[in-house]
Design a protein around this ligand. Structure first.
Ligand code: PLP
Length: 368
């Protein structure tokens, strides 16, 4: 909050090196910390955006500028900002292939490989695969290493939407689940989700050097005075914003003030809280855990209960002002969805939330 306040008060701008090399440096340094924490190769380039939607659009524009037109593969669990970005970028509908997710709500590798081959056989050009590292619905992680292998073998651009889940790579448990994420050609993550930043802050990292500039560089005469020399980065050339605020300082300051260990512990807390919720739900036989706790999200349902009833229970809890959880549908099945990544959420909060939903909670053996 302090960093946003300072940035606003000093009216800082991170558009060009000439206009604000300080804010640009802070942004680039912070992006490079993220790159290192995610295990992406040196030389990976990035830019901060208003959020995951813009970051996905930015990545896909860079992908297409670099790789040319082609078919893009995603799953029915892919976040809706991706099809919207493809639409905005002018991908024709026949170049957007949405594959049904498997029983664990992941992009199925066999179906993906078959679709790529079928398109190639009929003269279409497979171009891009969008994998999700932590789906919005259930926290599921697509099989990243296998998809990375397939992309390499077939010469496809490997985009990972980690807007929700990629930040979990900072801790060991998350890192294991997210293995393969470091092989992305482009990766999106949202520090305004699981790195505890005030809105807005998303970012995109692209391991193919120059791809962002290839998509976004502009060189009109009136910007010649504020065009950087070799080695100086004009961040306006890495995305759609020309005038852009300095978004890097808040994340830089968070890392500097709290340190990696505390951020890691806060992420682990969110992962453990969902696991605790799962144990409580599983102990009441009237309820069913539909997807297990994955990256801080657990989904569950009351047996024999329809969508409206689930929705009504979630609404009642929100109306009461006690907790906000959401409802969704997984392969047509209505569920409640608890996302537990607020580091202030205590085990007691989780238990009390579930109790208010009608789960019979035994506090014996409560986990921290
Ligand atoms: C997986 C995923 N991708 C993209 C987005 C879009 O991010 P934003 O709301 O920051 O634009 C979200 C959530 O909002 C998400 O969960």
């Amino acid at each position: 909050m302090l960093a946003d306040w300072l940035g606003t008060g000093f009216n800082t701008i991170a558009a060009s090196w000439g206009g604000g090399s300080g804010p640009a440096t802070v942004e680039l340094v912070t992006l490079d910390w993220l790159r290192e924490l995610l295990g992406m190769p040196e030389g990976t380039e990035g830019v901060m955006t208003s959020g995951g939607s813009l970051a996905n659009l930015t990545a896909l524009a860079a992908a297409r500028a670099s790789a040319g037109p082609g078919v893009c593969y995603l799953s029915d669990q892919t976040h809706s900002s991706i099809p919207r970005a493809l639409r905005t970028l002018g991908f024709p509908p026949e170049h957007v292939r949405v594959l049904p997710s498997d029983e664990r709500l992941r992009l199925p590798l066999d179906a993906l490989a078959a679709a790529v081959d079928a398109d190639a056989a009929t003269g279409k050009r497979p171009g891009f695969v969008v994998a999700t590292a932590g789906t919005t619905n259930s926290g599921a992680v697509d099989p990243l290493p296998e998809i990375a292998d397939l992309c390499r073998a077939k010469g496809l651009w490997f985009h990972v939407d980690g807007a929700y889940g990629a930040s979990a790579a900072l801790c060991d448990a998350g890192r294991r689940l997210l293995a393969g994420i470091e092989r992305a050609d482009s990766l999106v993550l949202d520090p305004h989700k699981w790195l505890f930043q005030p809105y807005d802050l998303g970012c995109v990292l692209v391991s193919r050097s120059g791809a962002l500039e290839q998509a976004f560089r502009m060189t009109p005469d009136y910007l010649a005075d504020v065009t950087g020399a070799v080695g100086e980065v004009d961040l306006r050339d890495r995305g759609l914003e020309l005038t852009r605020r300095a978004r890097g300082l808040k994340l830089w300051l968070t890392f500097r003030i709290y340190g990696l260990a505390r951020m890691r512990a806060a992420i682990e807390h969110g992962i453990a809280a969902a696991e605790y919720a799962q144990r409580l739900v599983a102990a009441d036989e009237r309820w069913q855990v539909v997807t297990p706790a994955q990256l801080g999200i657990v989904t569950f349902g009351l047996r024999g209960c329809d969508y409206a009833e689930h929705r009504a229970r979630a609404d009642a809890l929100a109306d009461e002002g006690f907790a906000a959880l959401t409802s969704t549908q997984l392969h047509g099945r209505p569920v409640l969805r608890l996302c537990t990544i607020n580091p202030r959420t205590s085990p007691e909060d989780i238990a009390a939330t579930l109790e208010r939903l009608g789960v019979r909670v035994s506090r014996l053996g409560e986990a921290g």
